[in-house]
Design a protein around this ligand. Structure first.
Ligand code: CO8
Length: 373
């Protein structure tokens, strides 16, 4: 059995960003127009008016101040409120592949590796561009990697589920090194006309190189001490978009063909589950929670992350103990916890312990315990 390390990370951040004020202005303009168009029905009481969104509410409820997006103009246009992402020919790389490749190149560079050192690619994310060919195989071809590639989807937890899959392959000697890539265009599947959720998501892509510990040479590398995965069915976060929609009489008409959630219930139910999973995982590895220097948590909600760490440590987190990136990225689904790791790890000294944890739809939760080599 080999030991596996994360030897490099990479991040692709779309250059455009939308502030809460910009997003709210677009929503409120649309809501005002909608209310004017339906004034009679609203006056008769057969339709409820669209209430206004508020930037202050968004920051207070979520901690999000802005989010990076692949297309700002299409999202903010009140007549559209959907990113504009033109179709590409089969001879061009898909946008998801392009974002993943950009993140992967940085991860390879940081790991001191080239495509020749990599035996496979796992693309793990919430929103896959198409069923086949796999985006992972497209990435593999774009980078010139000999081996295999496949896509997987466990919503926001795709990062840790992908990481365990890669770690297992390396530990079993099935591969020398793998790329785990989390490219997310969450704005493509977000209903920007739903006041409850229009502010939640952003776009980004991350990549990690997972390789045999005895072959890794990068300056910042992390031994994977253990992984734990957990799922429990819940209807509180759903996306019913799928290939059978066209076979049903309703077609695509229902709003649940985009992201929908019962945010308050998710908040209440998921926090204790995450804290319990991480606590049990650390106990199984015989690691007292106080020895953990850093928690790279999924980035959905600031209060949620504070609560989880507080539950684990029995005190408020110190600044930097649970790095926050959701303030400028929003919820980037599977990419979030990896962005936190990518941007906040170089200061850790050798021997430091950290936990990477993702959580989200399913419900699905993952915990990966790391030790800096
Ligand atoms: N502006 C002003 N007021 C608002 C707004 C708004 N935009 N939205 C809601 N309100 C009002 C409500 O109407 C309500 O008013 P009232 O009290 O009068 O009824 C009040 O504010 C409070 O509303 P909520 O109870 O909904 O607000 P919360 O405090 O619960 O905050 C959050 C809402 C921020 C959504 C919070 O519940 C949360 O973060 N929950 C956790 C969510 C979460 O982690 N979800 C995980 C989803 S990610 C995942 O796994 C799937 C990934 C798939 C990617 C998909 C890409 C699209």
């Amino acid at each position: 059995m080999q030991h596996a390390v994360i030897s490099g990370s990479g991040l692709y951040t779309p250059p455009e960003s939308i502030s809460n004020d910009e997003l709210v202005a677009s929503f409120n303009q649309w809501a005002g127009q909608w209310n004017a168009e339906h004034a009679d029905a609203i006056a008769q009481g057969s339709l409820a008016p669209q209430p206004e969104s508020s930037a202050a509410f968004i920051e207070k409820a979520s901690g999000i101040r802005s989010r990076h997006v692949v297309d700002k103009a299409g999202i903010l246009d009140p007549a559209r409120m959907v990113p504009r992402i033109p179709e590409r020919s089969n001879d061009e790389p898909s946008i998801l592949c392009e974002m993943g490749v950009a993140a992967a190149r940085e991860a390879l560079e940081r790991a001191g590796r080239t495509a020749a050192d990599i035996d496979g690619v796992i693309v793990a994310c919430s929103n896959l561009q198409r069923p086949y060919p796999a985006v992972a195989i497209e990435v593999q071809a774009a980078l010139g990697i000999q081996g295999y590639g496949f896509d997987m989807n466990v919503a926001c937890s795709s990062a840790t589920f992908g990481l365990q899959t890669a770690a297992n392959a390396v530990q079993l000697g099935q591969a020398r090194a793998l790329l785990v890539i989390d490219p997310e265009i969450c704005t493509g599947h977000l209903n920007f006309r739903d006041r409850d959720s229009h502010f939640i998501f952003g776009d980004a892509a991350t990549a990690l190189v997972v390789e045999r510990a005895d072959q890794a040479t990068s300056a910042h590398r992390y031994e994977i001490l253990g992984t734990r995965l957990f799922t429990q069915f819940s209807n509180n976060i759903r996306n019913n978009f799928g290939f059978l929609n066209r076979a049903a009489e309703e077609g695509m008409t229902h709003p649940d063909k985009l992201f929908v959630q019962e945010g308050r219930k998710v908040f209440k139910e998921v926090c204790p589950l995450v804290a319990e999973l991480i606590a049990n995982h650390l106990a199984e590895l015989d690691i007292p929670v106080e020895r953990v220097s850093r928690f790279w948590l999924h980035q959905a909600n600031l209060t949620m992350n504070h609560l989880i760490v507080k539950r684990l440590l029995g005190r408020e987190p110190e600044p930097g103990e649970a790095p926050v990136i959701l303030d400028t990225y929003g919820n980037t689904s599977s990419a979030g916890s990896v962005i936190a790791l990518h941007l906040h790890h170089e200061d850790l000294v050798s021997g430091s312990l950290g936990v990477l944890s993702s959580f989200g739809a399913g419900y699905s939760i993952g915990s990966v315990v790391l030790r800096k080599v």
